[in-house]
Design a protein around this ligand. Sequence first.
Ligand code: NAD
Length: 264
Amino acid sequence: MDLGLQGKKAVVSGSTSGIGFATAKALAREGAEVVINGRSPQRVEAAIARLRAEVPQARLIGVAADLSTAEGCEALLHAVPQTDVLVNNLGIFEVRTFEEITDEDWRRFFEVNVLSGIRLSRHYAKGMKERGWGRIVFVSSESALHIPTEMVHYGMTKTAQLAVARGLAETLAGTGVTVNSVLPGPTKSEGVTRFLEEAAAAQGVSVEEVEREFFRTMRPTSLIRRFAQPDEVAAMIAYVCSAAASATTGAALRVDGGVVRSIV
Ligand code: NAD
C-alpha cells in the first residue's frame, strides 16, 4: 500500500528511541523527509546514523531541542518552520504513589507530555490549514482510559491529549488537516526496557519474570499477552499520517494489544 507520503515533511518529537524512532523509520521508508528530535546533539546524531543504516535512502534532518520548555519548542519551530505531518510522540512516565506526586511533578508532566504537543500543533496547524493538507497525531496511551494507580499524573496527561486532539480536529473541520490520537498499550521501547531491567534488579529476579508478573497482575486484560514492539505501534501511526487515512479524524485509535476491554 502506497501511503502517499513521498515528498512530505514530517516532524516526530522525541524520536531518538522507542516508538518515536520506529515512527521516524516508518515515515522515512515511505519517502517522507523526517525531522529527528531529542534533547542532545549526540543522541540525535546517533539516531540518524542508526536510521541511515536501516533506511539508506532516508532523508533526515536532526534538531536537538528540549521540547519540555517554550524555548526548546521555539528552537525547533525556528529550525523547521513548517511541516506536513506532526507526530507528538514525546512523553515521559515514572512510577510514583499519588501521595508522592508533588505540585512540581504535576506541572512537569503537563509541560512535557501535553504542552509540548500543544505548542507545536498551534504553530504547525496554521501552515497545514493554509496549504489544505496536514496530519497531526498525538501519541497517547491506553493509560488515558485505564488510569494507572501507580502513576495517576501520567494518566492525566494521556487523557488530556485525547481532549486536545479531538478539540483541535473540530477546529480544523473541513480544512484537509486531520488530527487523531493513537493509544499504544505496553510497548517494549528503550524507556520500558530500562524500567523492566531496574525492576528485575531491585527484586532479584529475571526480566522475563517481571514481564510475566506485569501481565498477570497489572495488565491481565492484554489479548496479545506480551509487549508490542515499537515497529508494531509505528505501523499504525504511519498509516494515520498517510494520504490514505484522509477520512479518519477526531479519532482515538488503539494499538494496545486489546488491553482496553471495549469493543469500540
Ligand atoms: P522512550 O522513553 O523510549 O523514548 C522517548 C523519546 O523522547 C526519546 O527519544 C527521548 O530522548 C526523548 N525525549 C525525552 N524527553 C525529551 C524532551 N524533553 N525533549 C525532546 N525529546 C525528549 O519512550 P516510548 O516508550 O517510546 O514512548 C513514546 C510515547 O509513547 C510517549 O508519549 C509514551 O507516553 C507513549 N506510550 C508508550 C508506551 C510504552 O509502553 N512504551 C505505552 C503507551 C504510550
